[in-house]
Ligand binder design. Structure first.
Ligand code: CP
Length: 290
């Protein structure tokens, strides 16, 4: 998938980036949660490949009248859709939906569970910069507890042979986090020491019920990435963030924009290529994929 995505990065940078390999295919973006990057990049990806792409906004669909997730899926299924791209606030909702329809279903983020295409675009970004993933030390820092991005990245990076660290206050880590195949740290100084990649996570206020951090000010002091905390990482360590960022909360604003260290904009670019690869592979006949 990363090799195929790589070829789409080059294609997207050329003037001749419109293709017709998905001509006649229909992609529906069904987003029950807000999104800028994921939804737009799936739309662009589908259109660049020549598919018909429909964006369904939940607030203007019959979901707003009380139609259930399954009934919505069955309704779309009856229209012979080829790919459903789904984001939902509940963990497991996308899996459930995929069991009810005939089309391919892509998880564009479900609750605090998984965000697989984000992990793929992160892996592509790292591999293009560092040449490989195996053996790299990647520190995933911040609100791991509520982060689907962290979970998908842990799985993918482990499969690719990277060393994964989690750096977070105890209140923002899942129970028994070590069982995910990671090393756990509770200070940035220890967790970032000699690492190759610093992946910051958004503080997900919308998923928090109760007080997980004493204050924004204190959180930034101990866990917000700034030049001083970054100084213990390798000199060529890259900074990543899936977006949207809370500037001055989990990351210093100047550092986020520092093109010598930050690859945050590049992650967004890679998102289109990775999603083109997903749509391409999932709409091929089984024989083409064999
Ligand atoms: N990274 C990410 O999923 O961003 P959006 O919520 O804007 O799609």
């Amino acid at each position: 998938m990363l090799d195929l995505s790589d070829s789409y990065v080059d294609k997207n940078r050329s003037a001749d980036r419109k293709m017709n390999s998905l001509r006649g295919k229909t992609v529906i973006n069904l987003f029950f949660e807000n999104s800028t990057r994921t939804r737009t990049s799936f739309e662009l990806a589908g259109k660049r490949l020549g598919a018909d792409v429909i964006n369904m906004t939940v607030s203007s669909s019959s979901v707003a009248k009380g139609e259930t997730l399954i009934d919505t899926a069955m309704t779309l299924n009856a229209m012979h859709v080829d790919v459903l791209v789904v984001r939902h606030a509940d963990s497991g909702a996308v899996q459930l939906l995929s069991e009810k329809v005939n089309s391919a279903v892509i998880n564009a983020g479900d609750g605090a569970h998984e965000h697989p295409t984000q992990a793929l675009l992160d892996a592509l970004t790292i591999r293009r910069r560092k040449g490989h993933l195996g053996g790299l030390t990647v520190a995933i820092c911040g609100d791991v507890l509520h982060s689907r991005v962290a979970r998908s990245n842990i799985h993918l990076l482990n499969v690719m042979g990277a060393n994964v660290r989690l750096v977070a206050p105890r209140t923002l880590l899942p129970a028994q986090a070590e069982r995910l195949g990671v090393e756990v740290f509770h200070t940035m100084r220890q967790g970032l020491k000699d690492c190759d990649i610093v992946m910051m996570l958004r503080v997900q206020n919308e998923r928090m019920t109760g007080n997980f951090i004493p204050s924004i000010r204190e959180y930034f002091h101990f866990f917000g990435l700034d030049y001083e905390k970054l100084s213990v990482a390798k000199p060529d360590a890259l900074i990543m963030h899936p977006g949207p960022m809370n500037r001055g909360v989990e990351i210093d604003s100047d550092l986020a924009d520092d093109v010598e260290r930050s690859v945050i904009r590049e992650q967004v670019e890679m998102g289109v290529a990775v999603r083109m690869a997903c749509l391409d592979l999932l709409t091929r006949s089984p024989r083409e994929n064999a």
